[in-house]
Design a protein around this ligand. Structure first.
Ligand code: G4P
Length: 291
């Protein structure tokens, strides 16, 4: 395969968002980490483990509508084996969101028991959503808050002024400002996977090289997704360089520049856009234990 590009992202925001998350975490009982089900590894951040060491955590595999259901099942099992409650969700349609409530209550189990023993059993569980940009944090919060009691919970001492708490149902309160984590970028593969899914702005990237890398990966693990979408009949038996696959697609789609050559730039943009729109099918680029 060709080499991944090196991607850098938002380094300036890291310190301040870390500070804000640390501050906000003091107010919450359960942390909900939102991951992209198509790239759960690349969209997670190990620093959260350190920042929220003592907090019960729930992992939601969002955008599960675009991910390979079998891979999502493997991820849920892998988290469960590691003692972490995880569930697939689709925050765009709201599918799977019931799991949010049961998972949070399960994660808060020890706290709920302790509160009960202290005669504080009516106390709502306070939840904060964290995740990397574009993973669906606002979509989740909007889904949870809309149509329910939007009543703002009274200000609490020590809460950053712009923070608001929303009652979600009877026994849960949600911090309306999600914690923004930044992705890990030491590993170029992670940056690349986030660029494939559109989590990283790709104006700064060589989109043609990116599309070629994506096609190489898809040809290896989901060859039928390319053949079906672009009406090709490429075999995955032999390793094929990305530019060849890109050219086959451009030819098939009639994307030519004057002189009859294939417009590989336009083809690359089409492939990336169609992948991100889910038109190539439900695809997961990472499996538990890959690394
Ligand atoms: P953020 O707060 O973490 O930054 O993410 P946000 O909720 O803004 O979501 C980023 C994009 O991901 C949005 O698309 C949103 O609709 C989409 N999204 C969120 N959850 C899901 C999901 O479960 N499935 C799918 N397929 N998409 C999801 P957008 O293109 O930026 O906006 P729009 O298309 O909704 O207008």
């Amino acid at each position: 395969m060709s080499e991944p590009q090196s991607i850098q992202w938002y380094p300036g925001h890291m310190a301040s968002s870390k500070r804000k998350i640390t501050e906000d975490l003091k107010q919450v009982d359960v942390v909900v980490e939102l991951l992209d089900a198509r790239v759960p590894y690349s969209s997670s951040n190990p620093l959260l483990k350190k920042l929220a060491e003592k907090k019960p955590k729930v992992v939601l595999l969002n955008k599960s509508d675009m991910a390979d259901p079998e891979a999502t099942r493997l991820w849920v099992n892998a988290y469960s084996d590691a003692g972490v409650i995880a569930a697939p969700v689709d925050c765009r349609s709201g599918k799977g969101l019931q799991a949010f409530f049961s998972s949070v209550r399960k994660a808060a189990g020890d706290k709920l028991t302790a509160w009960q023993e202290k005669g504080m059993s009516g106390r709502p569980v306070r939840v904060m959503v964290v995740g990397i940009p574009n993973v669906g944090k606002s979509s989740l919060i909007n889904r949870l808050v809309n149509g329910r009691s939007r009543a703002k919970v009274q200000d609490r001492p020590g809460v950053t002024r712009q923070n608001q708490w929303y009652a979600v149902g009877q026994d849960l309160e949600l911090l309306d400002t999600p914690g923004i984590l930044w992705p890990k970028f030491e590993d170029p593969i992670i940056g690349e996977h986030l660029a494939f899914t559109g989590a990283v702005r790709d104006e700064i990237l060589d989109r043609e090289a990116l599309a070629q890398r994506l096609l190489e990966l898809l040809m290896r693990f989901y060859p039928e997704s390319i053949n079906r979408r672009y009406k090709l009949d490429l075999s995955s038996d032999e390793e094929r360089p990305g530019y060849e696959i890109l050219e086959s697609i451009g030819r098939k789609r009639g994307m030519l520049v004057s002189g009859g050559e294939i417009d590989t730039e336009r083809t690359a943009n089409t492939v990336l856009d169609e992948f991100r729109a889910g038109l190539l099918g439900r695809i997961t680029l990472e499996r538990p234990g890959d690394r």
